[in-house]
Design a protein around this ligand. Structure first.
Ligand code: DAK
Length: 259
C-alpha cells in the first residue's frame, strides 16, 4: 500500500491515509489501497478494532480527487462512484468496529469515509461538509444516504444543497460526530476507546455491529428476530461462559479469547 500507513498495537489497527500533498484526497490509488487494507484487516483474527485517520495536521481527507474527477465522462463517473461505494460499503460492513479519528478537513469523500465508520471522534480543528453541489456534482460515495441516516433528512438536505462546511462543535450538535477533543488529544482518545472495545468479547461486539447495521434496514419484527439469533449464538462461545462465570464468582474475567 503506497498511500496507507498501517500500525498494529495489540488488538487495534491504526490506519492513516497518507497523501499529504493533496490533503489526503482520494484518487483511484488511495481507493485501491483502502480496499487492500480492509481485506487485510478482515483476514487478521488478532485485530478487533480499526482506527482510521489522516496524515498531517490539516486534513482527515479533503475529498475525492478533484483533478482525477474533472475530466470523467458519464460512464467513467458512474464507474468511479461504484469503485468508491464498493470500498466504503466494505468498510461499513467490516465485521469489526471502525472508528474515524477526524483530525481536520473531512470534506466530500472525506466526510463520506468518516460516515462509513461506526464511530466518529474529531479534533476541535475538524471541518465537515459535502461541497459537491458547489462543484457541479452530487455526493458520490454514499453521502446522500449516510448523512440523511445519521443526522436526519432535513439537516442532510440543508448541508448538501447549501454545500456549507461546518466546524466540529456543530458536527457534534447535529450528531455527525460523537465527541470533540483538542487536536493533540484526539489520537490518544481514539486509541483508548478502541482498546476499551477490544477488551470486550469480540464475537459479541461483532454480533452487535451486525444487529445494529442490518437491523436498521429491516422492519422491527425482522430486526428483533435477527437480534434473537445473534444473542443465541453468543451462548455457543467460550467468552460468554467465562464472562458470566466470572461475574457469578465475583472475579474479573480472563482476557477474552475471541472464541
Ligand atoms: N482533490 C485534489 N486535490 C486537493 C483536494 C481534492 N479534493 N483538496 C485539496 N487538494 C490539494 C490542493 O489542490 C493543493 O494542491 P497544490 O495546489 O498544493 O498542488 C493541496 O491539496 C493543498 O490544498 P490548498 O492549498 O487548497 O489548502 P488550503 O488550506 O488553502 O485549503 C481546503 C484547504 C480543504 C479548504 C481546500 O483544499 C479545498 O477546498 N479542497 C477541496 C475540498 C472539496 O471540495 N472536497 C470535495 C471534493 S468532491 C462521485 C464520486 C465521488 C464524489 C462525488 C461524486 N460520483 C462518481 C458520482 C466525491 C466528491 C468529492 O469528494
Amino acid at each position: 500500500m503506497t498511500h496507507i500507513l498501517l500500525e498494529k498495537k495489540d488488538h487495534v489497527a491504526i490506519a492513516t491515509v497518507n497523501r499529504p500533498k493533496a490533503l489526503n484526497a482520494l484518487n483511484s490509488e488511495v481507493l485501491n489501497d483502502l480496499n487492500t487494507l480492509l481485506d487485510e484487516i478482515a483476514a487478521d483474527p488478532e485485530i478487533r478494532v480499526l482506527v482510521l485517520t489522516g496524515s498531517g495536521e490539516k486534513a482527515f481527507v479533503a475529498g475525492a480527487d478533484i483533478g482525477e474527477m474533472s475530466t470523467l465522462t458519464r460512464t467513467e463517473g458512474e464507474a468511479f462512484g461504484k469503485k468508491g461505494n464498493d470500498v466504503f460499503r466494505k468498510l461499513e460492513t467490516l465485521p469489526i468496529p471502525a472508528i474515524a479519528a477526524v483530525n481536520g478537513y473531512a470534506l466530500g469523500g472525506g466526510c463520506e469515509l468518516a460516515m462509513a465508520c461506526d464511530i466518529r471522534l474529531c479534533s476541535d480543528t475538524a471541518v465537515f461538509g459535502q461541497p459537491e453541489t458547489g462543484l457541479g456534482i452530487t455526493p458520490g460515495f454514499g453521502g446522500t444516504q449516510r448523512l440523511a441516516r445519521l443526522v436526519g433528512p432535513g439537516m442532510a438536505k440543508q448541508l448538501i444543497y447549501s454545500a456549507r462546511n461546518i466546524k466540529a462543535d456543530e458536527a457534534l450538535r447535529i450528531g455527525l460526530c460523537n465527541a470533540v477533543y483538542p487536536a493533540e488529544e484526539l489520537m490518544p482518545a481514539a486509541e483508548k476507546l478502541a482498546e476499551t472495545i477490544a477488551k470486550n468479547a469480540p464475537i459479541a461486539v461483532r454480533a452487535c455491529k451486525k444487529a445494529i447495521n442490518e437491523g436498521l434496514e429491516m422492519p422491527m419484527d425482522e430486526a428483533v428476530a435477527l437480534e434473537e439469533k445473534l444473542f443465541g449464538s453468543c451462548f455457543e462461545t467460550a467468552d460468554q461462559k467465562e464472562g458470566m462465570q466470572a461475574f457469578l464468582e465475583k472475579r474479573r474475567h480472563d482476557p477474552y479469547q475471541n472464541r
